[in-house]
Structure formats: C-alpha cells, structure tokens
Design a protein around this ligand. Structure first.
Ligand SMILES: [Zn+2]
Length: 466
C-alpha cells in the first residue's frame, strides 16, 4: 500500500519549515521528496495537504486510561479516541491505575487482553513496582518478566494515594533501582516527600481546613524539592536511569539540572497544567484544577517555560487522569475530591498555541518535546518520533492559523471537564494519520471521522539501556 502526502510543510530547524512530499509505503515513510516531485509511478493514492503544517504524531508518555479496574473514570476506547483527536498517535499508559496493576506477567497479559481491541492509536505500557508488589518474594522475577515482555519503563511512587499501588520507602526504592540498572530499563518516579505531605495533610484536616489553597499548602514546593533530591541521591548511588514525572517546581528543576551537569542519568518532564496554571487559579477553580502534585507559583511556572525552551526539561506529558464527573470531583471536601485532569486531547494545541505562537519555544523544540525525546526515552527512537524515511508514518496535520475555543463538551474522553474551558487557542488538529492510515479527521462542516477501535497496536520497548 502506497500513499503520497503532497505539499506537507514540515519542520526543519528553529521555526523554519519546508514543503515536501511524503511517500508512504506499508505504513512507513519511504521517502521525503521535494514538493511537486513527479507523482511516484506506483503511488496508488495521493493526498494533497495544500501546504498545511505537518508534525510527527505526538507521543504522550504519561496517561491514566484506567482500564481494567477504574473504567468509571476512563477506558481505553475513550482515552485513545481523545488521543487521536488531539494528534497523539502513541500513548503510554500507567501501570497503577489498572486492576490488577501491571506488576507481573500475568497482570500484563490480562490487561492486554482487555484493552488491545479498543485502541484508536498505538500504545505502550508502563510496568510498575509498588509496596504491594514487593510483598511477593518473586518481585524481582516479575519485574524482569514484564521488561522481557516489552513494557516501556517502570513506574514507582514516593507518595501514592492508591491502596492498590502503594508508595515505596527510600530503601525499597534503592532495591528497585539496583534491579532496573541491572536489567537496563528506566524508572519514572512520582517525587513528593510522603512524610512531609502526610504530616501537613493530617494537621490541616484535623484543624478543619478545607480550602483549595489548604490542599496546595499540604503539598508544598519543599515536598517536591526534598523528593527530587532523594531521587538524585539514589541515582548517584545506583547509576540507574531515573526520570521525574510531572515536575512542577522551579527549585526541583534546578536539582535535575545540577544532576545532569554532574553526569547523572536523570531527566524530568512537566505537564501543560503546570505551564498554564498557578495557585491563584486553584483558589478560583477549586477541585476542577486539583492535581497531584498541585500547581505552583507564578515564578515556578516561568521557570518551567524557561527550562522547556532551554532543554532542561526533557519533554511534556499530560498525566491525563480524569475522575468521574461530577461525582468524584465534587465530594464536598477538597481532601477527597479526585486529583487529576484530562489532558491528552489538548496538549498539542495548547503547546502549539502558548508555546510556539507565543514565541516561548520554537517549532523545532515543540517536535522534540512531544515526539523526539519521548521516543528516545521509550526505546522506540528508530520507529517513531521523526518524519524521516524508515519511520512510522504517524502524522498530524495542523490548521495553524485557526483560532478556536476549548469546550469540555467537545472533548472525546469519558469524563469531560477541563480547567482550560473557554480558552481561545490558535492551531487546531485537522487530520491524524497512524502508520499512514487516517485515524481522525475534522471536516469543514465540523463533523468528525474516527477510524474504528482496534486500529492502534501495542508497541513494545525495542531496546535496553547500556
Ligand atoms: Zn500520573
């Protein structure tokens, strides 16, 4: 099967683009030709993109699609449908928000059985190690098994709110990192200081405090700073490749930067909500914007954008986590309201609008933080993340000048709410191709096309760390 995508404007460097024809064969980019090359003699199909901006499909390394186990929040069909509409052609689902959690071969296979025929886009899976998993004397064997089977990376928590996936002590973390170093797989860490957060939470709750800002005060910047410093120390001690997920604090970013200067294998991601919102917004919006970790200050936000532009932050992921709306989000107490926001559908338009068009980051950097860097972390850098011959033809066609208004009702995930409600963004996803086939299109009349569930495939990690 051959298709030529004609007149695609693709990123070159900085904000520069060039117009090219992409020849796609059997789902892979076979050639990138100068625009208006003679039609390839055997090209069966030709799609004229009319000079539209075309980016590599986004890879979202951090989503919670909750399937199986928490499907009142999300499921794989709705989550990947939202991904397709947002230009995300590969998602990486977290191991903790499944029942059973992805901590053993049997659990991994159970999950694959449940989700595989639901996916609208390609997917990878995180494996995990929890305190629960470590109660099994065979936890090391289980870890090695799921890595052999192809999980993308290993997730651990220093502070978890889940009984089914409990957090690890410093000693447990060390044990896990020694093991992952040996196996050659990276570890993603939820880094907040559990003692500090538990103590503040208990104190505020028993004092009857119940405002959004009380929740923020119970998860202060110091909790992230302390935990990220611990991650750094254990990285130094074990040599394990570590990655801080959903980092929101400027001073914690400084620790990551210093670690890298020291030569330690440590990176960090941030999320759109940390780039956009601060505690002022939390005070105003309440539970709608409740996340864990929580949004931080104006200066933290500025530091994150700076780090994103400079390369100090490796990439952006959504931490898509949608609670049941409205029941779980409005329980009557900020302490029990669900912590998490949907994000997978809005990340690319948000980063394009507020990053590239607002001149905070270049187009080249946008591609790196949404595709290139995630692909390298996940060990799929030879097949995804670039518009070059040999790569999967995962393409996003962006209507770069279209200004539109975010409406929760227009989202495609299961529980539709967003702190971005009412925001005008410039740049909108028009069409998305997965391995050369259209999985999403927004038509002129506003109607939408989706390819069926089961279009997406499981992608295994393709390489180990040295
Ligand atoms: Zn998460």
């Amino acid at each position: 099967m051959r298709t030529t995508f004609r007149n695609a404007r693709i990123p070159v460097s900085g904000n520069e683009t060039r117009t090219a024809d992409l020849l796609v064969e059997n789902g892979k980019i076979a050639a990138v030709l100068p625009a208006d090359s003679e039609p390839h003699p055997t090209a069966a199909d030709s799609i004229d993109l009319g000079g539209a901006l075309v980016l590599p499909g986004v890879i979202d390394t951090h989503v919670h699609f909750d399937d199986p186990g928490f499907t009142h929040r999300e499921n794989f069909a709705t989550g990947t449908r939202a991904a397709a509409a947002g230009g995300v052609t590969c998602i990486v689902d977290m191991p903790c928000t499944s029942l059973p959690a992805v901590t053993s071969r049997a659990n991994l296979r159970n999950k694959l059985d449940v989700i595989s025929n639901k996916a609208h886009v390609d997917f990878m899976l995180w494996g995990g190690v929890s305190d629960n998993a470590m109660e099994d004397a065979a936890w090391r064997r289980n870890l090695a098994d799921i890595v052999d089977d192809g999980v993308a990376s290993i997730k651990i928590y220093m502070l978890s709110g889940m009984d089914t996936f409990r957090d690890l002590s410093r000693d447990q973390m060390r044990e896990v990192l020694v093991e992952t170093k040996q196996i050659g797989i990276p570890v993603g860490v939820h880094a907040e200081d559990r003692e500090m957060v538990h103590e503040l939470t208990d104190r505020f709750m028993s004092a009857g405090r119940n405002e959004p800002l009380d929740y923020a005060a119970a998860r202060p910047p110091e909790a992230e700073l302390s935990a990220v410093s611990t991650v750094r120390d254990l990285c130094r001690e074990t040599g394990a490749r570590v990655h801080v997920v959903h980092l929101g604090t400027g001073r914690a970013l400084d620790v990551v930067v210093e670690a890298r200067e020291e030569g330690l294998p440590m990176t960090a991601e941030t999320c759109p909500h940390f780039l956009e919102f601060t505690t002022d917004d939390l005070r105003r919006m309440g539970a709608l914007l409740k996340t864990a970790p929580v949004v931080k200050s104006v200066s933290d936000r500025a530091r994150l954008w700076e780090g994103l532009a400079s390369g100090e932050i490796a990439w952006v992921a959504t931490d898509h986590a949608a609670g049941q709306w409205p029941e779980e989000k409005h329980t009557g107490s900020i302490w029990t309201d669900y912590g998490g926001v949907p994000g997978v559908e809005l990340m690319l338009p948000y980063l394009y609008s507020e990053g590239v068009r607002s001149r905070r980051i270049t187009l080249e950097r946008l591609v790196e933080i949404t595709a290139g860097a995630p692909a390298r972390f996940l060990g799929i850098e030879r097949t995804k993340g670039r518009l070059e011959p040999g790569y999967d033809a995962d393409l996003v066609v962006l209507a770069e000048h279209e200004t539109w208004t975010v409406r929760a009702d227009d989202l495609h995930n299961l529980n539709r709410y967003t702190p971005l409600e009412g925001r005008a963004l410039t740049g909108r996803v028009r069409a998305v191709y997965l391995r050369g086939s259209c999985v999403y299109r927004r038509n002129e009349d506003g109607s939408e096309f989706f390819a069926g569930p089961g279009t997406g495939r499981w992608v295994r990690r393709q390489s180990r760390l040295g």
